[in-house]
Design a protein around this ligand. Sequence first.
Ligand SMILES: NC(=O)c1ccc[n+]([C@@H]2O[C@H](COP(=O)([O-])OP(=O)(O)OC[C@H]3O[C@@H](n4cnc5c(N)ncnc54)[C@H](OP(=O)(O)O)[C@@H]3O)[C@@H](O)[C@H]2O)c1
Length: 266
Amino acid sequence: MYTLVTGATGGLGRAFAHILASRGEALFLTGRSEEKLAALKEELAPFGAEILYCPCNLEEEGERAALFDRADRAGVRFSRLVYAAGADTQMAFEKYDEARIVFQTRANFEGAVSFCRAFLSRTPLDGTSELLFIGSVSGCSPMPYFALYSATKKALEQFLSGIRYELKGKAKVTCVLPGGMPTRPDIAENIRTHGFFGRISALPPEKVAAISLKGVRKNKKRVLPGFWNRTIAFFSALTPPPIRNRIIARMWGRTEKDHFSDSPQS
Ligand SMILES: NC(=O)c1ccc[n+]([C@@H]2O[C@H](COP(=O)([O-])OP(=O)(O)OC[C@H]3O[C@@H](n4cnc5c(N)ncnc54)[C@H](OP(=O)(O)O)[C@@H]3O)[C@@H](O)[C@H]2O)c1
């Protein structure tokens, strides 16, 4: 049985792939870039686990279907889905164009819903299969200058909460809400600009991946990794919205993240 990992070529997805391959678990990896996937397969080769991969742009319905066709033709059976793909554009919404809207909503939400359905139709619904999705602590409250990202992550959590009820006894469903992880230089810079709280709440992706896998094994509904992330989320929920919006706007308006704008493979 295979674990299907989306966003495997990113910082967190790669951490999942390393942990699972080191346990000898069979992996079916995906990301947009064939070159990056081939390099990751090579990197994981010393573990001796079975590794398959298939590039797929999650924005494209046809590519999503083609991935599952390919898996079916190869006789792959899935027991776990790790949906770690995501796009985190951070800028004033006035600056968005249509491509940025489509890209972020499809990678963060539509792709997740679509993979969820395709996975469920290919896995035994006997309570053992695991569906693990990466949301974000940013989905806990509205976020000026990160508004669309925050909304897609909130939508994901709400969707998972609903299907979790439907799938009781049939499959485990967990949504993980990480805080900052320095997976790319622009994210590391972003964390730095958030000062003391940014620094203390940031966690390495390896740690988040390990906590997430434990969470889904125990069928936790929601996992908020790290003491400081939980504390910040708790106090943030207690803060009156106008004050919270002002604080978030001041912190998130300072920098921009537009990692995926130039090239899908950048
Ligand atoms: N880093 C953080 O601070 C942080 C905090 C909270 C939540 N998260 C969430 O954690 C997850 C992983 O983030 P990360 O930090 O590992 O980011 P990352 O290093 O930028 O990785 C993102 C991954 O998603 C893939 N992806 C993006 N758009 C895609 C698309 N349209 N089709 C297919 N694959 C696509 C990328 O594939 P390519 O390699 O092909 O581009 C890459 O593998 C995301 O869901 C993110 O929202 C991150």
